[in-house]
Design a protein around this ligand. Structure first.
Ligand SMILES: Nc1nc2c(ncn2[C@@H]2O[C@H](COP(=O)(O)OP(=O)(O)OP(=O)(O)O)[C@@H](O)[C@H]2O)c(=O)[nH]1
Length: 281
């Protein structure tokens, strides 16, 4: 069957642990064998059974205490230590030959954006012949305005460029948004640079025009930054997300995957069955 691993990354509180647990439950209900791996040395209570836990190797609390480091320094030290002990991790996952790995990662995005430590962990999985997909989770409450969207998009893009793996961005906590807010957010599933520029420029001084033009151009040129809606109140959304992850893992991002994102967003909004909504959209 081959080896498959999803790396679940994203800012603190974006929903990584919740996602990991729900995907695990969904897979297990479908008789798919999965293992959840915790790579967050500062994790507290985890909702799922953990098959491999970095805290058995090293924990941030111990490091902070012994080396008098802050939380970020402690995390960096733990990842350096993990990289020196990758045989430990390899031994732990050796028995999961045909199983699916879901890897819950730390919430400090500096780890993905500014250092190469996390990339080296991902590269080790590649060298062990894993098919990989990185999921960058982003809280929908931070995507309700164009400027917030651009900022979130740039963080997703940096992680994608830095990690060099098949990549999806998941918009989480959609169930918490009002219908109108939800529609606003879902417009960004397939953003159009011209509209984005007009929206960003609204209410801003004209001296920001050039900057906003460049940012909108980045959105346009990096249209591979695809966002997938994730709604825990809709079981179909969970099933579709898993399908997209599997597809991306095997084939990477391409036109076909993008097409399926758009079909997904249409289905999600049920636009086809509601002509009035379609006009609004
Ligand atoms: N309503 C709703 N709540 C969510 C969703 N995802 C996460 N939450 C809640 O948001 C909070 C943070 O979720 P976690 O899954 O712990 O987030 P995390 O990214 O693992 O957080 P860190 O480990 O601190 O980086 C928890 O209270 C979750 O119950 C979601 O899709 N919908």
């Amino acid at each position: 069957m081959g080896r498959y691993a999803q790396f679940v990354i994203g800012p603190a509180g974006s929903g990584k642990t919740t996602y990991t647990n729900l995907i695990r439950q969904f897979c297990e209900n479908g008789s798919r064998s999965v293992h959840c791996i915790n790579l967050d040395p500062a994790a507290e209570d985890l909702d799922y059974p953990v098959s491999v836990d970095i805290r058995d190797l090293i924990s941030v609390d111990e490091v902070q205490e012994e080396l008098v480091l802050g939380p970020n320094g402690g995390l960096i030290f733990c990842f350096e230590y993990l990289l020196e002990n990758m045989d430990w991790l390899r031994d732990k996952i050796q028995g999961f030959e045909d199983d699916y790995l879901i890897i819950d990662c730390p919430g400090q995005i500096e780890l993905y954006l500014h250092f190469d430590l996390f990339k080296r962990v991902v590269d080790a999985f590649k060298s062990w012949d894993y098919n990989i997909c990185t999921l960058y989770l982003i809280d929908s409450l931070f995507l309700t305005e164009p400027t917030k969207f651009v900022s979130g998009m740039l963080a997703c893009l940096s992680a994608m460029v830095k990690l060099e793996t098949p990549h999806l961005n998941l918009i989480t906590k959609l169930d918490l948004l009002e219908k109108e807010q939800r529609k606003k957010v879902l417009r960004y599933l397939n953003p159009y640079a011209g509209d984005l520029l007009i929206e960003m420029q609204r209410g801003m001084h004209k001296r920001f025009l050039k900057l906003n033009q460049v940012l909108a151009q980045i959105v346009d040129e990096f249209s591979l930054v695809a966002f997938v809606p994730w709604d825990i109140s809709d079981e179909e959304s969970i099933a579709d997300t898993l399908l997209q992850v599997d597809f991306t893992m095997q084939y990477g991002e391409n036109e076909e995957t993008k097409e399926s994102f758009y079909r997904r967003s249409e289905k999600y909004l049920k636009l086809k069955s509601d002509k009035n909504n379609e006009k609004d959209f």
